[in-house]
Design a protein around this ligand. Structure first.
Ligand code: 5GP
Ligand code: ZN
Length: 119
């Protein structure tokens, strides 16, 4: 069924606790944890607890949960005190754009200067 946990999904295993992560925030619908390979002083991933392969499919099926991911991304930025200096919220979609884990997730990056346009 849409949104159900996938046995072969790394982020579903983080949601269930089967794989450990450094969790910084949790809500009824989301989990936020530090990226294992940080690309900036703050690099946190915000994921929905339900499984959808990317942000657009999450938003189409569960618009409130997609909004929750964005709200939590903002809360992470405030917690990490990068909201005043600026931060970036990124959803890589598709392997050509660098997506490697096919469970929707927002990257929250900050704590250093961020170039625009990105690479
Ligand atoms: P993507 O490349 O799909 O946009 O982002 C996936 C992110 O997940 C990468 O930045 C990668 O470093 C991170 N990642 C991969 N495996 C793990 C893991 O086991 N634990 C954590 N905390 N992050 C992971
Ligand atoms: Zn998943």
């Amino acid at each position: 069924m849409a949104g159900e946990p996938q046995t072969d999904c790394l982020f579903c295993k983080i949601v269930s606790g089967d794989i450990p992560a450094t969790i910084v925030r949790e809500s009824a619908t989301t989990v936020a944890f530090r990226d294992i390979n940080p690309q900036a002083p703050t690099h946190v991933l915000v994921i929905p607890k339900v499984h959808y392969p990317d942000a657009a499919s999450l938003a189409a099926a569960e618009p409130q949960i997609a909004a929750d991911v964005l709200t939590e991304a903002g809360a992470v930025a405030a917690d990490e005190k990068i909201d005043s200096t600026g931060y970036r919220t990124i959803f890589n979609t598709g392997s050509g754009a660098g997506q490697t884990v096919f469970h929707a997730h927002a990257h929250v990056l900050g704590g250093r200067g961020l170039q625009w346009p990105p690479g």
